[in-house]
Design a protein around this ligand. Structure first.
Ligand code: SF4
Length: 1001
């Protein structure tokens, strides 16, 4: 039975009233509030301890408005949440300035610098960890202040009477009182904490507490409200409004004392009604009925209470409580989606999804998104702002700032440049048409040259690509250089900045403008909220504006603040609304149907993370929230939800990740013992049957409209030999995988550098040979010495820029330098056999003519770039081709064994012989070909075989190769089926594997 609203008396004491938290609770509360208005003939002030039911209470007041109200109370009574009421305190503008979260974190940072005792504590933490710890320290300090400040209430009240003083003097007084109180409390509290951790925390508390703390402001606000009530009461002309306090959730003991004191005092001036929740007919478990005992432990129920609970269960039993068990996570999300769908089909408009299991709720939300705009989804559990695309884009810029002075990694650079909020044409000040494909081109160059990090490396890679394009009929793209220089300029500005809070903020804002990100973020919902969060970093008018810190510290502070921020989705009108919310938010709210996911024994009840510093006992001593209190509160919330909502689906996953059975929450099991016929329904997804055909080895017949390339590089021919299907995918269809950078430094750009420096060196050697007085002619030793010294120097010079871009390349240089003496020995040995270096890096090719099946004559050009040609001194017809390999000899030997499948050297040999003028060796035939390793095994001695490997039986091989390539190309042009077959060693690194589906057949 619900209690009737009390008759207002002038006892100068708060009057108690309780409402039953069932489906009629809001209507009952509204009627009571109107009753108070009518009895007192005044518009009461209603303050709710939590904000959740605010909208519901206002709506209920409107619906239950009594007829024929006198005009003085016709307006809806004012309903406000406790937090808003504090903010609305009279004269709040005079209160000490409210510290933002950021300012409070910075105060931890400043105190750490000042006090050695505190520093040791933070030492082990990374920057991000340290800011996280700072947050925990602040929370703990607030708990301590909550316990201590109430003792100051009297003094604060007195101080407010002197509020008329000038603000500054008044604030000084408040500060003094606070300092004295903290010093006194510190002594008392120190006796109660024994461990070092809490002692350090107390020290923090001493240093951190300030008049700008939220706890102090709360007490000042309450004192100011009281002050106003008092002066209104003394002033005969103004009435003091009745005050209705609605306790929507169990308060912490410290809050309970605070509000009790306030209500008692207020009752001296006006009627006060305190509204509590009466669990007598609603509690479904004894803890929900009995709550906590005086010591803060869960009270045990007596037989009368037990039978009350039993009768509550029977009385409130509802056939529409459904208990649904799903075996796997996906099935759980699917079942929750189906439940919500069924409620929507039944015409329910206001549905709640209680996210006891947050992951399952997220997944359900994703599944529901296919319903489109007909369903409005309001996520009250709070998306993290950091999970939005805008935050990811911003983060990519922070990663770039964080990069060392040599420059970022190529992946970090591309991540930033490819973010959709970066405005490329705006940044380069170029028309959008000029920027089309620019980033794809940059990515191609960086990947092809394996330029992995460093501004110099990127520039070198682009310059090389531009040079190559210029000399091969392509068009170099200068915008790429401009782009790298643009980002480098922004990055360097951070390297030169001495970071203080205000200059770092200014530079960051400047960056956002210059990159066009500010504009694009502004036009994005999440981006806009991100910019607002960044605004909180504008400390230019605060005390911390000149606070200096290291760049990584500042950046991780920025990241931590963004990590804490939540993203609020804009609401849209829709046919139905789904609210995703925690259990606590369902309190005193009405829904047409509720779906609760995660009702297993591990997730219901769920306890908030235990505070980092205080044990449960200490929390009890500090009158703060305890595990027992949270347990009782959740039992009450769940009772209230089950009793007040018509349709509740309770879902849980019946098997854990490890395959262990998971039971429903103990609360559900206890209900089941009393409700014998309440059984869990096992939900199974609908299954569809079908028969699949086993996959066959992939074969493709090139379509007659598919163009076949008329130029073939040695590597493309190798692909054709390795696996025709692979050639079909890569060369005919032109598909390629989006490549990623592998970990560690790959030698590609370094490989190119090695080739370039060898060319420079041998050209210099050729010139030196012409000089008659050169030390090169001072016998074998002199020549050797000269060659070693020059090759060393050449290597240093060529690598210099590469090392500036990425210091890790230094290792590659040093490895190569160790090879130089042995390489020179090999060269001298070769010279002794009569060979002389002639030219390097030449593009050579030959043409094959064939008729396609339609009888059309086709000229196919087979061409590539040969590393080096030598000529024989005594044989005027002989020439040799050399291919440098940055590989170990073992690989070269393997290559030689399969030379017909990888006939790069044979291609060069035929090309140079057939077209000797283009190869700069007129009148000569390439009769020798060899591979030279640039990574020989030095500990295997100075034998020539450790470095070079010659192709044997050249004439026979050349004939065989020529026949083979003609046949292969004829087959290709005949568009015969191209089959997927290759040894596993080839397939292992094949990009077309996902297309040919090797492993499935
Ligand atoms: S995975 Fe093997 S069989 Fe398949 S296309 Fe690549 S090389 Fe050919």
């Amino acid at each position: 039975m619900s209690q009737s609203f009390p008759t207002i008396s002038d006892q100068k004491q708060p009057q108690a009233w309780a409402i039953t938290p069932n489906s009629q609770a809001l209507a009952q509360l509204a009627k009571g509030i109107w009753d108070c208005a009518v009895q007192t003939n005044q518009r009461p002030l209603v303050v709710l301890s939590t904000a959740g039911p605010l909208v519901g209470v206002r709506a209920a007041l409107e619906q239950n408005r009594p007829k024929d109200l006198p005009s003085s109370i016709a307006f809806l009574p004012q309903v406000i949440s406790f937090t808003d009421w504090l903010e609305a305190a009279p004269g709040a503008w005079k209160f000490p300035k409210k510290q933002t979260d950021l300012e409070r974190w910075l105060s931890v940072f400043v105190n750490l610098r000042k006090h050695k005792t505190l520093q040791a504590w933070f030492k082990a933490e990374s920057e991000a960890g340290a800011w996280g710890l700072a947050q925990a320290v602040i929370d703990a300090c607030d708990t301590l202040s909550e316990a201590v400040i109430p003792q100051l209430q009297g003094e604060l009240n007195e101080l407010l009477q002197t509020h008329a003083l000038d603000t500054e003097t008044w604030l000084k007084k408040v500060e003094l009182v606070l300092d004295q109180a903290i010093a006194k409390a510190y002594v008392g509290l120190s006796r109660n904490v024994v461990d070092e951790e809490s002692a350090v925390l107390l020290t923090f508390w001493r240093y951190l507490s300030s008049v700008g703390d939220p706890v102090v402001r709360k007490h000042l606000a309450m004192a100011a409200h009281m002050q106003l009530a008092k002066s209104n009461a003394e002033n005969q002309h103004s009435n003091v409004r009745p005050f209705i306090w609605v306790q929507t959730a169990d308060p912490k003991p410290v809050d309970q004392e605070l509000i009790d004191r306030y209500l008692n005092e207020y009752a001296q001036y006006a009627p006060v009604v305190r509204v509590d929740l009466d669990w007598n007919s609603v509690a479904l478990w004894s803890e929900a009925l009995c709550g906590l005992d005086a010591d803060g432990h869960i009270a045990s129920a007596n037989p009368a209470e037990d039978s009350q609970v039993s009768s509550n269960i029977q009385a409130n039993r509802n056939d529409d409580w459904r208990l649904l068990a799903a075996r796997r996570f996906e099935e759980l999300a699917w079942a929750a989606t189906k439940s919500i769908e069924s409620h929507l089909i039944a015409g329910k408009k206001n549905i709640a999804l209680v996210a006891q299991d947050r992951l399952a709720a997220r997944r359900t939300r994703a599944l529901l998104s296919r319903l489109g705009s007909a369903l409005r989804i309001r996520d009250e559990t709070g998306w993290k702002l950091s999970t939005t695309r805008a935050a990811a884009a911003f983060d990519s810029w922070l990663e770039l700032i964080r990069a060392p002075k040599e420059g970022p990694s190529a992946s970090a650079l591309l991540e930033f440049l490819q973010n959709p909020h970066f405005d490329l044409p705006y940044s380069l000040n170029k028309p959008p048409e000029a920027c089309i494909g620019l980033l794809a081109q940059l990515e191609d160059i960086l990947i092809a040259s394996q330029a992995k990090s460093g501004w110099e490396t990127f520039l070198m890679a682009i310059e090389r690509a531009n040079k190559y394009a210029a000399s091969n009929g392509g068009s170099p793209n200068e915008h790429l250089i401009d782009l790298i220089k643009f980002v480098r300029r922004l990055h360097i500005a951070w390297q030169h900045l001495s970071v203080d809070c205000s200059s770092a903020y200014d530079l960051l804002q400047k960056n956002l403008k210059e990159t066009g990100m500010a504009g694009r973020l502004e036009s994005d919902a999440a981006g806009k909220q991100l910019l607002e969060v960044l605004d909180s970093f504008n400390l230019s008018s605060g005390v911390y504006r000149n606070l200096k810190m290291r760049l990584p510290e500042w950046l991780s502070l920025l990241k931590t603040v963004i990590e804490e921020a939540t993203y609020e989705e804009a609401g849209k009108e829709a046919q139905a609304t789904l609210s995703i919310l925690p259990l606590s938010s369902t309190r005193l709210r009405q829904f047409d149907a509720v779906v609760l996911v995660g009702c297993d024994e591990q997730q219901l009840p769920a306890f908030s993370e235990p505070p980092l510093f205080f044990s449960d006992t200490l929390n009890r001593y500090l009158k703060s929230s305890t595990v027992a209190a949270q347990y009782v509160q959740q039992a009450r919330d769940l009772s209230q939800l089950l009793v007040s909502c018509e349709q509740v689906d309770l879902l849980w996953q019946s098997k854990s990740k490890s395959g262990e059975p998971l039971r429903p929450s103990a609360w559900i099991q206890r209900l089941q013992t009393q409700l014998k016929d309440w059984k869990a329904i096992e939900v199974k997804p609908e299954t569809y049957e079908g028969k699949s055909q086993p996959l066959q080895m992939s074969v493709s017949v090139p379509d007659k409209d598919l163009a076949i390339p008329v130029t073939v590089s040695p590597s493309a021919y190798k692909a054709l030999r390795d696996c025709p299907y692979r050639y079909y995918v890569s060369s005919l269809l032109g598909l390629r995988k989006a490549k990623e950078f592998e970990e560690g430094f790959d030698a590609s750009l370094a490989g190119q550098t090695l080739h370039a420096l060898l060319k420079t060196f041998f050209q210099a050697l050729k010139t030196e040979d012409e000089k008659s007085h050169s030390p090169i002619h001072d016998g074998a030793d002199g020549r050797r010495q000269w060659m070693i010294e020059h090759l060393m120097k050449c290597s240093e010079n060529e690598f210099e820029r590469l090392i500036a871009g990425d210091a890790r390349v230094l290792g590659t240089l040093r490895d190569w330098q160790k090879q130089i003496p042995s390489f020179v020995d090999w060269q001298i040995q070769r010279e002794n056999e009569g060979w002389r270096y002639h030219d390097a890096e030449l593009t050579v090719g030959f043409t094959l003519s064939l008729s396609d099946p339609d009888g059309v004559q086709r000229d196919i050009r087979i061409a590539g770039r040969a590393d080096r040609f030598d000529i024989h001194q005594s044989d005027g017809n002989a020439a040799a081709v050399i291919d440098y390999k940055n590989q170990k000899m073992k690989k070269i030997v393997d290559r030689a064994e399969n030379i017909l499948d990888d006939p790069q050297l044979l291609i060069y040999a035929r090309a140079a012989s057939e077209n000797a003028v283009a190869a700069h060796i007129p009148g000569r035939i390439v009769s020798q070909a060899e591979w030279v390793s640039l990574r020989a095994d030095l500990d295997k001695g100075g034998d020539k075989s450790i470095r070079a490997y010659a192709v044997e039986n050249m004439p026979e091989l050349m004939a065989e190769f020529s026949e083979q390539i003609t046949q292969d190309l004829n087959t290709l042009w005949a568009r015969k089926p191209m089959q997927a077959f290759a040894p596993d060693s080839v397939c292992q690194y094949c990009e077309a594997r996902g297309i040919c589906r090797k492993g499935m057949w």
